[in-house]
Design a protein around this ligand. Structure first.
Ligand SMILES: C[S@@+](CC[C@H](N)C(=O)[O-])C[C@H]1O[C@@H](n2cnc3c(N)ncnc32)[C@H](O)[C@@H]1O
Length: 214
């Protein structure tokens, strides 16, 4: 019988791994994303909206998708002309991406955000992070945000889609929603916050799109 994301996460965390449960979860899934709670099989609407609004064209530019899941955001960026690398800690997720998008041109790659390849440092014009940092336990989040910030090349941009929480909201993940102040970790990595849009207004948890520039 398939195990739930909660069961897999609990076992992984008890074994001292913040990420093993993602591979276990994707290994039970398929190109329809069965059993993956966040799988929408379409690009993030906030990413699409932001690219449209800002008339972003990616020709001759590099883009990196962090924790790419089933790959739709990477393909969206490739269709807009970016040279895209999209990575996930789960080899099975990457295999599903390759099956879903065999000719997209996206370089789908297994990699761990906490231990990224050196050649990614300062390499990307555009970096997209959606829901990956909040899927890591709080002790890992600052490091994860530093890594993401350092992927952006001078003049480049980082777009973040995340949920935030008020101090009243319990920290009982996954996901472990950050406080707004935690986003300062991107600034500590050398970026400057340009915008913070609340996608939804609610008292204790709310999704945001944050834009940072190197
Ligand atoms: C909540 S899902 C979000 C997926 C996708 N970004 C989205 O917005 O739908 C978090 C993703 O990050 C990946 N992930 C978690 N920790 C990671 C790490 N340390 N390095 C790379 N990917 C990671 C997971 O495998 C999963 O696909």
């Amino acid at each position: 019988m398939k195990q739930t994301p909660q069961e897999l996460a609990q076992k992984s965390l008890e074994n001292g791994s913040p990420t093993d449960w993602f591979e276990a979860l994707y290994a039970q899934s398929n190109t329809s994303g069965d059993g993956i709670p966040w799988a929408k099989l379409e690009p993030n609407p906030c990413l699409v909206h932001w690219l449209d609004q800002n008339r972003v064209a990616g020709s001759n530019q590099t883009a990196l998708v962090v924790g790419c899941g089933l790959g739709d955001d990477g393909v969206e960026l490739a269709q807009r002309g970016f040279d895209v690398t999209a990575f996930d800690v789960s080899e099975s997720a990457i295999e599903i991406c390759r099956q879903r998008f065999p000719v997209s041109g996206v370089k789908f790659q297994q990699a761990d955000l906490l231990y990224p390849p050196d050649e990614w440092l300062g390499h990307f014009d555009f970096v997209f992070e959606s829901l990956t940092v909040q899927s890591l336990p709080p002790d890992y989040q600052e490091t994860a945000m530093h890594r993401i910030g350092h992927f952006v090349k001078p003049g480049g941009q980082l777009l973040v889609f995340t949920w935030l929480r008020s101090r009243k909201y319990p920290l009982d993940g996954p996901p472990w929603l950050p406080l707004q102040s935690a986003l300062e970790a991107y600034e500590a990595a050398g970026l400057t916050q340009q915008h913070l849009f609340k996608v939804q207004h609610s008292p204790n948890v709310w999704p945001v799109v944050a834009v940072f520039k190197h």
